[in-house]
Structures are given as C-alpha cells and as structure tokens.
Design a protein around this ligand. Structure first.
Ligand SMILES: Nc1ncnc2c1ncn2[C@@H]1O[C@H](COP(=O)(O)OP(=O)(O)OP(=O)(O)O)[C@@H](O)[C@H]1O
Ligand SMILES: [Mg+2]
Length: 213
C-alpha cells in the first residue's frame, strides 16, 4: 500500500488559491498513507527563506530582472538539495506551493527573460526530478487580485503584488502555455467556489496518481 512519495506542485497567479489547495492535496496524500512534507517557493529552508526576503521585499532599490531570476533559482537550488530530494528519498510526498513553472511564467512570460536560459537553469537545479503532477489554479487576473488583496488586509504589498494587471495577464498566459505543452500539468478552474475547486483537485489527483497505491 505504501507508495514512494509523489512530488506535487501548485501553481497560479496571486490569490488563485494555491495555499488553500495545498491543504486539500495534503489531506488526499495522507489518506493514502504517505507522509507529507508541505513547503513553498521561494523558500522552504532557512537559506532559501532569506533569499525570499530579498526577492519579494519591495525596497528602495529596484531589482534587476536577471537578478530576480537568479535569486529564484538560487533559492530553488538550495530547496531541492536540502529539502525536496531528501524528503522524497524517505518516501514522503512533497507538496510545493510554487516551483519552476512560476519562474517560467513570472520571469519568462512576465518579465520577458530568455526561455532557453530558464530551461538551462531548471535542468541543472531540478536534479532530474521534475514534479509528478502540477495543479495550475487558473482564474481571471481581477478575481485573483481581489482575493489576494482581501487576504492581505493592511499588510504591505510585495514586489510582485505591486505589478499592474498587464503583468499578471502575461503570467497567466504563460502558465496556460506550460499546461498546453506539459502533460504533468492539470488546469483547475480556480474561479469556482471553494467546494468545487476541492472536488476538481481530488478528481485530478485520483485520475493522475491513482486512488490506490
Ligand atoms: N475557490 C475560492 N473561492 C473563493 N475564495 C477563495 C477560493 N480559493 C481561495 N480563496 C480565498 O482567496 C484568498 C487567497 O487564497 P490563497 O491564499 O490560497 O491563494 P494563493 O494562490 O496562495 O495566493 P498567493 O499567491 O498570494 O499566496 C484566501 O483568502 C482564500 O481563502
Ligand atoms: Mg499562497
């Protein structure tokens, strides 16, 4: 019955419901008898979380797009080696809130950085262990932004949240293009009510990873 752990990633624009979905995935995996490690990017280890602060905090100095890209992959390199691969090696299921597809969508489609460079970095940093399944929570930009703003309350916006709608439209389109070419990606209609999103996520998990083990 024990299954070697799955590597499952959640992707989508701000406010899509990634963090909410991670809990649904964790419950599904635990019900199938696997240990679960929930983590997020950028971050997931102390060093990677320190990089997250640099990458996301809106400060006086603007961050060069190439620096942003390399910070994301620096954090990911540490996360993969220090946390994700060791957890998978123990047989745990790793559920990661954002992963390489976010770099493809934000730094690639959003910032316009070279896709070939991103793939070169990804191939090195992922250590040959791509996700088994990626759930892309897709919804219109204005709905995601409204949800993110409501959840944030009076807290300061991060560097990405300060971007305009046109940036997030490019990011959303970038995510959908990945889903078109990568069979590991399942698109979930994240504009639907929470209960319907949960049903869609569980259906995708059952279909792709199997109800048994
Ligand atoms: N299907 C849904 N319908 C309505 N509200 C939702 C739905 N999914 C999530 N929410 C709410 O929207 C807000 C954002 O959800 P969540 O934090 O899961 O998104 P996220 O993708 O992790 O966002 P971020 O990128 O900012 O971390 C939360 O307050 C959450 O409760
Ligand atoms: Mg989140």
């Amino acid at each position: 019955m024990t299954h070697p752990g799955w590597f499952i990633t959640l992707e989508g624009i701000e406010g899509a419901g990634k963090t909410t979905a991670a809990a649904v995935v964790a419950q599904w995996a635990k019900a199938r008898g696997t240990a679960v490690v929930q983590t997020r990017e950028p971050g997931g280890t102390p060093v990677a979380e320190a990089i997250r602060q640099i990458a996301l905090t809106a400060g006086e100095e603007s961050l060069a797009p190439e620096a942003e890209l390399l910070l994301m992959f620096a954090a990911r390199a540490q996360h993969v080696r220090a946390k994700i691969l060791p957890a998978l090696a123990t047989g745990a299921t790793v559920i990661c809130d954002r992963f390489t597809d976010s770099s493809r969508a934000y730094q690639g489609a959003g910032r316009g950085l070279d896709a070939a460079l991103i793939e070169t970095l990804a191939a090195n940093v992922e250590q040959g262990r791509a996700p088994d399944l990626t759930l892309l929570l897709d919804l219109p930009v204005e709905i995601g932004s409204a949800r993110a703003a409501a959840r944030r309350g009076s807290a300061a916006q991060d560097r990405f949240e300060q971007e305009r709608a046109a940036f997030f439209e490019r990011v959303r389109t970038g995510f959908l293009a990945i889903a078109d070419r990568e069979p590991r990606v399942v698109v979930i209609d994240a504009a639907a009510p929470l209960a319907a999103v949960q049903v869609a996520i569980e259906a995708a998990l059952n279909q792709r990873l199997g109800a048994g083990g």
